[in-house]
Structure formats: structure tokens, C-alpha cells
Ligand binder design. Structure first.
Ligand code: SF4
Length: 292
């Protein structure tokens, strides 16, 4: 849940999740609909699907235990180098480091070198003896993440209160390295078309669309747009911006009252649904519900 999401946002979801699915077994015996409902509003829904799939694999193939090697742990859905190393350090106290943005920044400052010029795996290999000498590997992996977030912060690092400033090349150097600028995600334009049954207060949604990042979720008809607001037979409602995952969307919202809907669409109440509806679609519900 914490991938790309702040702790304060996650806490209520985490509590509700554990209340409903308190054990690995209960999760594995659950289903996608239930897990997505518990995840509703948290975004990045692939995480929920991966978590469910992983729980089933662990129960069925690993005797309910996480594998102990990076190679095998990475075979689980959604687990890459960062999560794999974090799990091995936190759970099995293995001598490894989870390189998230914070930790990469710490090492890159200590060396006063741009991140993309550092081979982080090689760095650990060469310095293994020193890095893991306390044998508190789990604490060390966690501490590095916290150190990057609280002391060696992206902006205005607290160098004068830093316990390792005597060995930090960034602190000591007059010629500090410059970070490569991350390119901003390009804004993409979309038109959304809402078929509305005014009498029953319903909207037509479909799972058949080309939005990869909201794959298999219910949305109104959505198409890439060329930003021309007037479209024959549709009423322009509003323009709004939305960010999903790392995508930035600029959306023109259209509607029409119609009982005829395209194939592969079905009606949903604008008020209450048992089906999982992503927050992206719920935001559209809010806007459309205001039409009198
Ligand atoms: S001295 Fe400053 S830049 Fe160096 S590790 Fe400490 S906080 Fe980071």
C-alpha cells in the first residue's frame, strides 16, 4: 500500500484491510472483487491484484513462507528489486539494501556523484564488509530509508546535524554534483462520453477501453482527443485535470441522455454500487450527478 502513497493516506485502508482479511490464508481465499473494494480510493490497483495473486502463490507453492532468495522472491507478481530487497532485509534480516529514491540520493551525495553514474549493486558488493558489520541488517535497511527522508532530504539536507558529514563528499566539496532533471510527464488529452438514463439516475460504463493504466476497470466511453470542444450530438459538460499513477490527463467531459448504449456497456447507479468503481470514475459520477 505504501508504494507511491503517503503513510497518512494508507493508515485507514491498512486497518480496514487487516480487519477484513487478517491472515495470508484469508487473503488467498478471498477474491478480486472483495480485495479491490477494500482498496477502493487508494489507486494503483495493480498492487491489490498482485497482492492477491502473491498470497495464492505463497499458500499453494511456498508453504505460506516468502522465498529467501532475490531470484525467487522476484518471481512473485509485482515484486521487483526494491521490494524484493526490502522484504529480504526486513523479514529475514539479510545483508541487503532497498534502493528507493531516498537511499540512492544518500549514496549519491556521499560520493558526490550523479545517481546514473553509480552501479549500486557493485557498490554494495565492494563495501559489504563495512556496510553490514553491525549485523543489524533489517535496522540498517530501514534506517537508510529514514535517513534519506529526514536528514539527507531532497531539498536542504540537514548537513550540519548529520553524523556522517565528515565522510560526505557532497558536504565537503565546493563543486557539488548537479542532479539530472526528471522530465515531467506529458499531459494527454482525452474525451469522456457519458450516456445517462436521467429517470433512473444511471450511467453506462464499460471495461472495454484502451486506457492501459485503468485496465479491466469500469469507465464511461473514453477516447484520445484533439482538444476540440464541440462534438456533434454531445453536450459539453466540463474540462478537468486528473493524475493517475504517473499519468497526467486533461479531460473534456461530455454527456447525453440516452437509453441506447453501445455494446459492452452496462448501466450503473450514480448513487450506490456493489461493484468496485475506481475513484477516477467516481469523480465523473460527482460531476454528472449535478446535471439537473
Ligand atoms: S552531510 Fe548532508 S549531504 Fe552528506 S549525507 Fe549528510 S545530510 Fe546528506
Amino acid at each position: 500500500m505504501l508504494q507511491q502513497t503517503q503513510v497518512k493516506t494508507v493508515i485507514p485502508y491498512f486497518k480496514a484491510f487487516l480487519l477484513n482479511l487478517p491472515t495470508l490464508k484469508s487473503l488467498a481465499l478471498s477474491n478480486e472483487k472483495r480485495v479491490l473494494k477494500l482498496w477502493e480510493g487508494l489507486g494503483y490497483y495493480r498492487r491489490a491484484r498482485n497482492l492477491l495473486a502473491t498470497s495464492k502463490i505463497l499458500i499453494n507453492e511456498h508453504n505460506s513462507r516468502l522465498p529467501k532468495s532475490l531470484i525467487n522472491i522476484k518471481k512473485l507478481p509485482g515484486i521487483g528489486d526494491y521490494t524484493g530487497n526490502a522484504l529480504l532485509a526486513f523479514i529475514y534480516d539479510q545483508p541487503t539494501i532497498a534502493f528507493d529514491g531516498n537511499v540512492k540520493r544518500v549514496f549519491s551525495r556521499i560520493l558526490n556523484k550523479n545517481e546514473n553514474k553509480i552501479d549500486f549493486n557493485k557498490l554494495i558488493e565492494i563495501n559489504k564488509k563495512y556496510l553490514f558489520k553491525t549485523k543489524r541488517n533489517s535496522d540498517f535497511a530501514e534506517a537508510l530509508i529514514e535517513f534519506g527522508a529526514l536528514i539527507c532530504k531532497p531539498k536542504e539536507p540537514k548537513c550540519h546535524n548529520c553524523n556522517i558529514n565528515n565522510m560526505c563528499k557532497y558536504f565537503k566539496s565546493d563543486k557539488k554534483f548537479k542532479k539530472t532533471k526528471i522530465l515531467e510527464a506529458k499531459v494527454k488529452n482525452y474525451n469522456i462520453f457519458c450516456y445517462i438514463d436521467k429517470m433512473k439516475n444511471k450511467i453506462a460504463l464499460t471495461k472495454k477501453h484502451n486506457l492501459g493504466f485503468l485496465d479491466k476497470f469500469y469507465l464511461p466511453s473514453i477516447k484520445k482527443s484533439h482538444n476540440n470542444k464541440k462534438i456533434k450530438n454531445w453536450i459539453f459538460h466540463s474540462n478537468f485535470k486528473n493524475s493517475i499513477s504517473n499519468k497526467k490527463l486533461n479531460i473534456n467531459l461530455y454527456y447525453k441522455f440516452s437509453l441506447k448504449i453501445p455494446s459492452q456497456h452496462q448501466w450503473f447507479s450514480l448513487k450506490k454500487n456493489n461493484e468496485f468503481i475506481p475513484s477516477f470514475t467516481k469523480k465523473i459520477f460527482k460531476q454528472i450527478s449535478k446535471i439537473s
